[in-house]
Design a binder for this molecule. Structure first.
Ligand code: GLU
Length: 306
């Protein structure tokens, strides 16, 4: 009898996780192309997750606008699309698990108070045991005790990163005052449940990485590998916004925006492919691009879409 003793190769699983607060802008396109190439060159799976957890910021129809922009660029995802809004029960379970471990506490501080104290939360309510105050009139937010979060991590694209302790170890919110679970809790729950092995995303999320890795370990799970792509800016320190760049993006053919995104990721298309259909350009990149081509920088100037 023939037995196959070869272990199946581990499949890389990547993801693109846009928030549907507006259509796709160039910065998100860059993250999508980067994570797609990273995963697909290993013949991995590339998943799409719509991060609609922050319901007040969700714009009606933005999810379908994002999906059709991805399709126009040939960025076709695997499996079904996951919506965070359908996963509240799971987030609640995780919240309870953390609560049972006594890792969470109620907080009554307002954003205004925190900003007045320098903008980083100082643990003011950490020892107040606020959940027991029965006459509290204001709803509480819930924070995770984070003193154990590491201040450094090894970024797959940028190498060793050090995050300021005040930021890395800030007791961050896992359940908001308005009853919504936070991005921080949801993103870890989802990356875990979807079996994500590599998170490739914009450098604006770099400082959030140690806390996400730490939350994985609190839940008894292995964190994925994290790599951060240069963030597209209009001027140093100025992120693109959905308002000023999303509309502009849709005014240009996908081949133009794809060629610009690939160039930023370090792949310059040959002249004959500059105007080819975006999926064809992407297929070329899959054969010729490698992660080492990405410039190891935190910001890049976005092209002028005028
Ligand atoms: N939803 C986040 C955003 O659109 C991305 C989250 C992530 O990649 O971890 O900025």
């Amino acid at each position: 009898m023939l037995t196959n003793l070869t272990k199946p190769a581990a499949v890389a699983v990547g993801r693109f996780a846009p928030s549907p607060s507006g259509p796709l802008h160039f910065g998100s396109l860059l993250a999508a192309v980067g994570s797609y190439l990273f995963t697909k060159r290993q013949a991995g799976k590339w998943l799409l997750r719509i991060e609609d957890i922050d319901t007040p910021r969700v714009r009606h129809g933005a999810d379908s606008a994002i999906m059709s922009a991805l399709e126009q660029h040939g960025l076709l995802w695997d499996d079904e699309v996951i919506y965070q809004s359908s996963r509240t029960e799971r987030y609640r379970d995780i919240f309870s698990q953390l609560q049972q471990q006594n890792l969470i506490y109620g907080c009554q501080c307002t954003r205004k108070q925190i900003n007045a104290g320098g903008g980083v939360y100082q643990g003011t309510c950490a020892n107040l045991d606020l959940k027991h105050i029965t006459n509290a009139t204001e709803p509480l937010s819930w924070r995770l005790r984070s003193a154990q979060v590491s201040c450094q991590f090894d970024d797959r694209l940028l190498g060793l990163q050090r995050i300021a302790p005040a930021m890395a170890q800030e007791d961050y919110i896992v359940l908001r005052r308005d009853g919504l679970f936070s991005y921080q809790l949801a993103v870890v729950a989802d990356d875990w449940d979807q079996g994500i092995t590599e998170v490739i995303r914009g450098a604006d999320l770099l400082s959030m990485t140690p806390r996400q890795q730490h939350l994985f370990s609190l839940l008894g799970a292995k964190p994925p590998m994290y790599g951060h792509l240069p963030l597209a800016v209009t001027a140093p320190g100025h992120k693109l916004s959905k308002q000023n760049h999303a509309t502009a993006l849709s005014n240009w053919p996908a081949s133009y925006t794809m060629a610009r995104a690939l160039a930023i990721l370090g792949l310059h298309l040959p002249a004959e492919l500059q105007r080819a259909a975006a999926p064809e350009q992407l297929a070329f990149a899959l054969k010729h691009w490698q992660p080492a081509d990405i410039p190891a920088t935190l910001e890049v100037l976005a092209p002028d879409f005028g």
